[in-house]
Design a protein around this ligand. Structure first.
Ligand code: CUA
Length: 338
């Protein structure tokens, strides 16, 4: 690092100050917002937050101790130690300090692991990591077919949900920082995660385990709602798709089946019954498409159908470079599926 001298003192060049400011601002950006674990919106996230601060404070103290000792050894040039001082230092710093520190951390960690059992009436939600999106399945409150959604959770505030996490191919990790810690989705086993949101809002989550080319584009959102609004939303999601109302949307519905979209996607109440891709029965009510890659609008639906592979490399959705009027018709149909 280049240094300059001012009045006999060595000072860092201005570029270093700007760099430090930029770094601090970047770090600060992680302190709030829809993906922050530092402002918990759920009981799970609040329960594990003290662990983060214990690690930050503990790590800082250890760093200061090590740097202090290094400065002491290299700059303060202590005179030759007597044997007794060295032995005290080795036994104190090499045996007593780590034993006490690790014992305290062990007790602290074990107490954090004791999560209270979720209530018996908690929602049951199956979440499966796909290539590269999230299949979300709610139990049907009327006892009918399960409600299949994609890349979006909705939860009642002050309620509880138990997520059963599945994967068929590779390991993913479900992470919704504002609501809970992360949990892996491992092929061949089912892991569980309890969510107990305490604050209304829309929170963002992502896959936190590298799972292939689409890993960075495997996001999702969770909206925490008032219980009455949640019940209304779930009842709407349980219903089959509404018939298209405009002429353009009706043309889109016909094209959807003619082009074979229904081989991969289901639209309940129609002949589209595929299960490879996301269920589109109520796609128009979602906030985003392509696992958080784009906000859901008419224009982004058109773009996604025409250029899926370019927008999200590795997606199993083939690109359909159709004439503009057909893209408009398909987008109009999908927007109406609310
Ligand atoms: Cu799924 Cu990374």
């Amino acid at each position: 690092m280049r240094r300059t001298r001012a009045g006999g003192r060595r000072v860092l060049p201005p570029r270093c100050g700007a760099l430090a400011c930029g770094l601090l601002l970047t770090l600060n950006a992680g302190c709030h917002g829809p993906r922050s674990s530092l402002v918990p919106a759920g009981e799970e996230a609040a329960r594990i937050l003290p662990l983060f601060w214990a690690m930050v404070v503990g790590g800082t103290l250890v760093w200061l101790l090590v740097i202090g000792l290094a400065v002491y050894a290299t700059h303060l040039r202590p005179r030759a130690h007597r044997y007794g001082t060295v032995r005290t230092f080795l036994i104190g710093g090499g045996v007593v300090l780590p034993t006490v520190t690790l014992a305290v951390l062990l007790v602290f960690g074990l107490r954090l692991l004791e999560a209270p059992a979720p209530p018996a009436d908690a929602l049951r939600i199956d979440v499966t990591g796909e290539r590269w999106w999230w299949r979300v399945v709610y139990e049907n409150p009327d006892g009918g077919d399960p409600i299949v959604l994609a890349n979006e959770l909705r939860l009642p505030v002050n309620g509880a949900a138990v997520l059963a996490l599945h994967s068929h191919e590779v390991i993913h990790s479900f992470w919704l920082p504002s609501l809970a810690g992360k949990r892996d989705l491992i092929p061949g086993r089912v892991n569980h995660l309890v969510l107990q949101p305490t604050r209304l809002g829309v929170y963002e989550g992502a896959c936190a385990e590298y799972c292939g080319i689409g890993h960075a584009n495997m996001a999702f959102a969770a909206e925490v709602m008032q219980p009455a609004a949640f019940a209304e939303w779930l009842a709407r999601q349980a219903a089959p798709a509404a018939a298209p109302s405009s002429a353009e949307a009706r043309r889109g519905a016909t094209l959807f089946l003619q082009l074979g979209c229904g081989n991969c996607h289901a639209v309940r109440g129609t002949a589209a019954r595929g299960s490879v891709g996301p269920d589109l029965t109520h796609v128009g009510s979602r906030h985003t498409i392509a696992a958080g890659r784009l906000p859901l609008t008419h224009a982004t639906l058109r773009d996604w159908i025409a250029h899926s592979a370019a927008i999200k490399p590795g997606t199993l959705m083939p690109a359909y470079p159709l004439p503009p009027d057909e893209l408009d018709a398909l987008a109009a149909y999908l927007r109406e599926l609310e």
